[in-house]
Design a binder for this molecule. Structure first.
Ligand code: COA
Length: 372
C-alpha cells in the first residue's frame, strides 16, 4: 500500500491560491510574494486578492473597507448566544460556536452568495470575541462598531477600548497577512472536505475552526507563548529547553510538515517581534525567544514556524494569550473561504479509502455464549 500516516507527502488536489514549499518559488498568494504583501499591502487588500483573484484598485479597496465596517454589528440572537457562553470557555470554542450560530441566524441559502457570508464573518469574528470577552469579564454589553477601517485596528480598539497606535495596527495587520493562507493545511483541508459534500460555508468554517484549535496546528502560538513566558533569562531557557528535549517533548512553534529548512513567514514576524520588544522595552521575552531558537537549531536542526515569534509579537500588542489562535481565525477565514470557492468551482466528493488492519472475518457469537 502507498498510504502514509497523516497523508504526509500525498497530493490531495490542486489549487491556484498559494505555493507552499515549491522549489524556487517561496510562499506566494496568487503569485505575489508574502514578503511584498506583508511589507506593502494591508490585510483587506490580501483578503480581496484571495477571494477575487486580483489586487483591488484604490476605489475597490475603499468600498471593501466600508462594506466590512458596515457589517460589524452582531444580531441580537448572536449576542444572546455569546452571553450564555461561560467566562471559562476557550475563545476558540466561542468563535466556533459563534460561527455556527450565525449560520442558523443568517443561513447561506438566504444570502446573495458565499461572498456575503465571508464578508460577514470577517467583519463579525473580532466583534464576537470582544463582545463575549467584555460581557463575561465586566458584564458590559459593548457596541461593536468603531471608526477603525481595518480589521486589525478594529479588534485592538474593541479589546483595549481606545485607538491603537499606528505601529501596533501595522504589526497586527502584517501578522494577519502572514496567517491568511497556507495551501492544504489541516484546517483548510477540513473546509474543503466539508464543502465537497455540497454543505454550506458556515459548516466548512466551523469545522476549520475546530481543526485549527489543536496545538499541532493553530494552537501552537498559544503553547509557544506559555513556553517562552516560563523563563526569566536566556540561560534559564537554554536549560529548560534542553530538559524538554531530553524528555523527547515537542516544542510548539517549531518544525513544519512541508518546510524542511525554514518557514519563510518566520523572519518577517520575527522582525516585528523585535521592533515591538524595543517599543515596549522588553528585555526578557525576545532574548529568551532568540535563545530557544538557537538551541533548537543547534540540537535538532529545527527552525521556528510562523507561530513562534507571533506569540511574543501578540503579547507585546497587549493581546491575552488565549486570543492568539482566534487572531489566526480572523485572518485565515479569507483563506478558508477562498478554498471553499475553489473547491466548489471544480467539486468532486473527497472520500479516500483506508488499508484494513482489523481481524479476519469470524463467526458471530450469540450473547449467551460470550465469556464474561
Ligand atoms: N519539537 C521537537 N521535535 C520536533 C518538533 C518540535 N516542534 N517538530 C518535529 N520534531 C521532530 C520529531 O520529534 C521527529 O523526530 P524523530 O524523527 O526523532 O521522531 C521529527 O522531528 C519529524 O517530526 P514529525 O512529528 O514526524 O513531523 P510532522 O511532519 O508529522 O509534524 C508538525 C509537523 C508541525 C506537527 C511538528 O513539527 C510539530 O508538532 N511542531 C510543533 C507544533 C507546531 O508548531 N505546529 C504549528 C505548525 S505551523
Amino acid at each position: 500500500s502507498n498510504a502514509t500516516q497523516g497523508l504526509a507527502g500525498g497530493v490531495a488536489g490542486r489549487t491556484a491560491l498559494s505555493t507552499v514549499g515549491k522549489e524556487g518559488c517561496g510562499l506566494t498568494y496568487r503569485g505575489y510574494s508574502i514578503e511584498d504583501l506583508a511589507a506593502q499591502a494591508t490585510y483587506e487588500e490580501v483578503a480581496w486578492l484571495r477571494l477575487r483573484g486580483e489586487l483591488p484598485t484604490s476605489q475597490q479597496l475603499a468600498d471593501y473597507r466600508g462594506r466590512l465596517q458596515s457589517l460589524r454589528e452582531l444580531p441580537a440572537g448572536l449576542k444572546a448566544v455569546l452571553a450564555q457562553l461561560p467566562e471559562t470557555a476557550h475563545p476558540m470554542d466561542v468563535l466556533r460556536t459563534g460561527c455556527s450560530a450565525l449560520g442558523c441566524l443568517e443561513p447561506e441559502a438566504g444570502t446573495t452568495g458565499p461572498f456575503d457570508v465571508v464578508d460577514r464573518l470577517l467583519a463579525t469574528f473580532p466583534s464576537m470575541l470582544a463582545y463575549w470577552h467584555w460581557f463575561q469579564t465586566q458584564t458590559m454589553r459593548i457596541e461593536t462598531h468603531s471608526e477603525e477601517d481595518s480589521i486589525a485596528g478594529h479588534f485592538l480598539h474593541l479589546l483595549h477600548g481606545r485607538r491603537p497606535s499606528a505601529i501596533h495596527r501595522q504589526a497586527l495587520d502584517a501578522s494577519l497577512i502572514l496567517y491568511a493562507e497556507h495551501e492544504f493545511n489541516a484546517s483548510t483541508f477540513t473546509a474543503r472536505v466539508v464543502t465537497s459534500t455540497l454543505s454550506d460555508i458556515y459548516s466548512a468554517i466551523t469545522g476549520a475552526i475546530g481543526t485549527l484549535r489543536g496545538p499541532l496546528h493553530g494552537g501552537a502560538n498559544e503553547a509557544a507563548f506559555d513556553l517562552i513566558n516560563r523563563f526569566a533569562t536566556p540561560d534559564d531557557a537554554e536549560r529548560g529547553v534542553m530538559d524538554l528535549l531530553a524528555r523527547k517533548e515537542k516544542i510548539m512553534g517549531f518544525g513544519h510538515r512541508v518546510y524542511r529548512d525554514c518557514d519563510p513567514r518566520s523572519p518577517i514576524i520575527q522582525q516585528w517581534a523585535k521592533r515591538l520588544a524595543e517599543e515596549v522595552g522588553d528585555t526578557r521575552l525576545y532574548p529568551v525567544s532568540e535563545r530557544i531558537e538557537a538551541v533548537l537549531r543547534r540540537e535538532k536542526k529545527l527552525f521556528p514556524n510562523l507561530d513562534f515569534y507571533s506569540a511574543s509579537a501578540f503579547h507585546f500588542l497587549g493581546i491575552p494569550t488565549l486570543f492568539f489562535t482566534p487572531l489566526f481565525v480572523f485572518s485565515r477565514t479569507a483563506g478558508w473561504a477562498a478554498h471553499v470557492l475553489e473547491q466548489r468551482s471544480e467539486n468532486r466528493l473527497i472520500r479516500p479509502t483506508a488499508d484494513y488492519i482489523g481481524p479476519e472475518p469470524r463467526p458471530f457469537v450469540p450473547i449467551e455464549q460470550r465469556e464474561p
